[in-house]
Ligand binder design. Structure first.
Ligand SMILES: [Zn+2]
Length: 421
């Protein structure tokens, strides 16, 4: 991805640097050749010749947001079943390109895939890196892995429809290794698995059901780590979280029903978590109008409460969390990602600073790129968001992309009002 040439000064704004440090009210950010040269009080900014001045108009300067669990290929579906049969790969690819552009316009300068159809995000990543299409810097995951009969194995055999476009269905450790080896060849970074079910499937794979054996999960980890890939998994049930941590997972998605032992295992290896919890609240609030049954909604309510408690415990214990998750359903359409932040402040009870830290530096840690992304600190890539308004006072202003003055990647203004001016 190209970076800016020359020196840019962003001034006249409040700085939230993403590290969790208190905001600096009269701040400046200096960018040289796409890299942050200075971020701090305006009075101490180095006196160097500047090519471009960007006026934050008394608003907020913060790191570009990071979606830590994005599904670029989900096309605002209302039924999971639609994912693998409704459209061919050609059309889903086009939709994904639109979703990537939308994410960037919403202030998301990086994203980690939480699973995708076919192998689209691997190639989307390349297209974005080569500036062919606009979008967040990506970590790709390709297709997912689930045990036979598990959450993602939804097509009954009599339909004779395979699931290869979305998920590898495995029976036993050998199958699990075979699936990972295919993903190795596909060029992914993250292996996304399904250790547990979900409230979405109340009859046979609910949020307390296991969808993979420990042996399958362990085989996934051993094979993936051998090839330098990382492993994560959809973990709701307590035993699923524990199995994942014991098997050596590198990240936990959701981490819904976390007990003391799970928390301890997580902290021992500093395994990050991406709660993706807003989805539960929005499923409860909006599920009826999209035809979700009362049983499903009740399950989401239980997941919401369990998940919120787990998040508060992980935060208090000093664990690492990234924010984002499961946008691309009818009731959580692409473009509404930033409501996750408002939800974490209003419902879960995180402070604005903790929420932004998770949504920036936390995501960068999950991506393994915290040395170059996720905070506004000297030496990092200038992925910067300039917001018209006080984010500390009202985080929900991030939900409206018209409030974004500039969305920068590597010092280049890619979206926001100033890009259109
Ligand atoms: Zn997901």
């Amino acid at each position: 991805m190209k970076t800016a040439k020359g020196t840019t000064l962003i001034h006249h704004g409040q700085l939230i640097d993403g590290t969790g440090a208190p905001p600096v009210s009269h701040a400046a950010v200096l960018i040289t050749d796409g890299i942050i040269a200075y971020a701090g009080p305006a009075t101490e900014v180095p006196a160097v010749p500047v090519d471009l001045i960007l006026d934050a108009r008394g608003g907020t300067i913060l790191p570009g947001l990071i979606e830590a669990h994005i599904h670029l290929t989900y096309f605002n579906v209302t039924e999971l079943q639609d994912l693998d049969i409704k459209y061919p790969v050609e059309y889903v690819t086009l939709q994904s390109a639109v979703n990537a552009k939308t994410a960037l316009e919403c202030g998301y300068t990086s994203a980690r895939s939480g699973g995708c159809l076919h192998n689209i995000d691997v190639w989307m990543k390349k297209a974005i890196e080569e500036d062919m299409i606009p979008g967040p810097r990506l970590s790709a995951s390709g297709r997912e892995i689930c045990g036979a009969g598990g959450l993602m194995d939804w097509n009954p055999d009599y339909r004779k429809i395979g699931m290869e476009g979305i998920v590898f269905i495995v029976n036993g450790a050998d199958d699990a290794r075979t699936a990972v080896r295919k993903l190795v060849k596909d060029g992914i970074e993250w292996v996304k698995t399904y250790p547990t079910g979900d409230a979405a499937s109340p009859d046979i794979n609910d949020h307390h059901t296991l969808c993979m054996t420990f042996e399958e999960m362990h085989a996934v980890v051993r094979t993936a780590h051998n090839h330098g890939l990382k492993v994560t998994g959809h973990c709701r049930a307590t035993e699923g979280i524990r199995n994942a941590l014991k098997a050596g997972y590198d990240c936990i998605e959701h981490g819904t029903f976390m007990d003391d032992q799970c928390l301890e295992l997580m902290l021992q290896r500093n395994v990050p978590m991406c709660p993706g919890l807003g989805f539960e609240k929005f499923s409860v609030d909006r599920g009826k109008e999209f035809g979700l049954s009362q049983r499903v909604i009740d399950g989401h309510q239980e997941t919401l409460e369990g998940g919120a408690e787990s998040c508060r415990r992980v935060l208090a214990a000093g664990g690492t969390m990234g924010l984002g998750g499961d946008y691309g359903f009818g009731w959580t359409p692409h473009g509404t990602y930033a409501q996750e932040l408002t939800f974490f402040v209003d419902y879960v009870g995180f402070s604005v600073l903790d929420t932004i830290r998770c949504a920036t530096l936390g995501g960068a840690k999950i991506m393994g790129r915290a040395h170059e992304l996720g905070s506004l600190e000297k030496g990092k890539l200038a992925d910067v968001l300039v917001v018209d308004g006080d984010v500390m006072r009202d985080i929900s202003i991030l939900e409206n992309r018209d409030n974004l003055l500039a969305v920068m990647q590597g010092g280049l203004v890619k979206a926001g009002r100033l890009a259109r001016a």
